[in-house]
Design a protein around this ligand. Structure first.
Ligand code: GTP
Ligand code: MG
Length: 189
């Protein structure tokens, strides 16, 4: 189910979990990993593949939502400018949105656009967690270092850290942790 307007999304009587992040970060790949469907969400090495709000109904009980990637248009630098109204509307107004999964490429240093996006989520009281992607591309010693750097950067503006997940769609790392977390949130929300 693909939509460009949050009002046209499926009935909002089930919890949903939205996946967002810079274009090419691996959102669609992660969704395929979680659902165990290789071709469910279309993946591509070309940025900007997902341009709609796409709902996947999981286990007859909750929705997983693939949102368009942000930050691939080189024209504007700040998140505010690049972040489309469609996604913003969705994040602010979708009542059954239980949690946003912000995907971050584990290989790169903290990016302004991601940090600004987190601030925006915080200001608007949208619950979120961080999901590091493509960890298979890092050497085993590099990964903890990168995460540490990220945490340090976050602690410059945040009092408490959000939940952090380590994943690799390539090596199928993190499925259980993410699904457990989703189950837990559905029980307490
Ligand atoms: P948009 O929809 O364009 O915003 O991209 P996306 O975030 O959905 O990324 P997508 O899942 O299409 O993946 C982008 C590229 O990264 C593809 O070439 C994937 O094969 C690759 N990729 C995604 N996840 C991983 C991973 O865990 N490990 C490795 N090595 N490559 C990955
Ligand atoms: Mg995608």
């Amino acid at each position: 189910m693909a939509n460009i307007d949050y009002k046209k999304c499926p009935q909002n009587d089930k919890f949903e979990f939205a996946f967002i992040g810079r274009s090419n970060v691996g959102k669609s790949s992660l969704i395929n990993m979680l659902t165990n469907h290789k071709g469910l969400a279309k993946t591509s090495s070309q940025p900007g593949k997902t341009q709609k709000i796409i709902h996947f109904f999981i286990n007859n009980s909750w929705y997983l939502v693939d949102l368009p990637g942000f930050g691939f248009a080189k024209i504007s630098k700040t998140m505010r400018a690049e972040f489309s109204k469609m996604t913003k509307d969705y994040l602010l107004k979708r009542e059954n949105l239980a949690c946003v999964f912000l995907l971050i490429d584990s290989r790169i240093e903290p990016q302004k656009i991601d940090l600004e996006f987190m601030e925006w989520l915080g200001e608007n009281r949208v619950p979120f967690v961080i999901v590091f992607t493509k960890t298979d591309k890092l050497k085993s010693l590099e990964l903890p270092q990168k995460i540490e750097i990220y945490k340090k950067t976050l602690l410059e503006t945040w009092e408490t850290l959000p939940e952090i997940f380590i994943t690799s769609a390539e090596k199928k790392i993190g499925t259980e942790e993410l699904l457990d977390y989703i189950g837990k949130v559905m029980k307490i929300v």
